[in-house]
Design a protein around this ligand. Structure first.
Ligand code: DER
Length: 225
């Protein structure tokens, strides 16, 4: 099976976790696109009644186009279940997210959710976190933050679009991707990053997930964190 087929199988499996009258946080990325597709089918064919809370403008548009009612995160009093993707998950269920430039809204929705489920293809599982680490920064002073990362040996790069311009997140911030040789302690690194003036949020998602759904060639594997 191709990676895309693994994503689709995992995405459709995850969509079946959603039940009537749920408030569902809907993540971002190519795996979640299958979750949205499956939920859209259930809304259309089964009359599934849900409220969606999007983690990106792209997710909002895609879900709304498929008939899923989308509310702002501040317009719901709770989120029952958030389903999202991830760029890399280690054996302690720590993840790096943000490859899709949505980490800030993803983390806001996640920490306001009763349950968090990540849906990935098996290539996202790793013994240690080695993926580049996205950091969202406000534009004003971002060059100074970039230089601080360089001085700390974090090998920063600007997230650029296909035209070579800095990517703007849905909150109009920039993304700096850190290329770390090794993450000794993700919690320590996370606290360091959030203590830096100008850093809005980082892509280390720690102590967040409850369940991980993995698409594998021989079927779906489910881990409880
Ligand atoms: O940014 C993220 O964390 C997204 O969930 C995304 O990067 C997940 O990756 P995918 O597109 O392979 O599902």
């Amino acid at each position: 099976m191709t990676t895309d087929e693994l994503k689709k199988a995992a995405g459709y499996y995850a969509a079946n976790l959603v039940t009537n009258n749920m408030v569902v946080g809907i993540g971002s990325g190519s795996t979640i696109a299958y979750v949205i597709e499956a939920l859209g089918k259930r809304v259309a064919e089964e009359g599934l009644q849900i409220i969606g809370v999007a983690t990106s403008d792209k997710t909002r548009r895609t879900a709304a186009h498929l008939g899923i009612p989308i509310y702002n995160v501040d317009d719901v009093d709770h989120i029952d279940l958030t389903i999202d993707g991830a760029d890399e998950i280690d054996q302690a269920f720590a993840a790096i997210k943000g490859g899709g430039a949505a980490l800030l809204w993803e983390k806001i929705v996640a920490i306001n959710s009763t349950k968090n489920v990540w849906v990935v293809d098996e290539t996202k599982l790793s013994p240690k976190l080695t993926h580049f680490l996205p950091v969202e920064v406000i534009p004003y002073g971002s060059d100074q933050v970039f230089r601080r990362f360089e001085n700390r040996g974090y090998h920063p790069t600007w997230r650029l679009d296909q035209n070579g311009n800095p990517v703007r997140t849905d909150s109009a911030n920039y993304l700096i991707d850190l290329h770390l040789d090794h993450i000794e302690d993700p919690f320590v690194l996370g606290r360091e990053l959030t203590s830096m003036v100008g850093v809005v949020e980082h892509g280390l998602f720690l102590d967040i997930v409850d369940e991980v759904i993995v698409g594998r060639p021989d079927g779906i594997e489910v881990f409880n964190a």
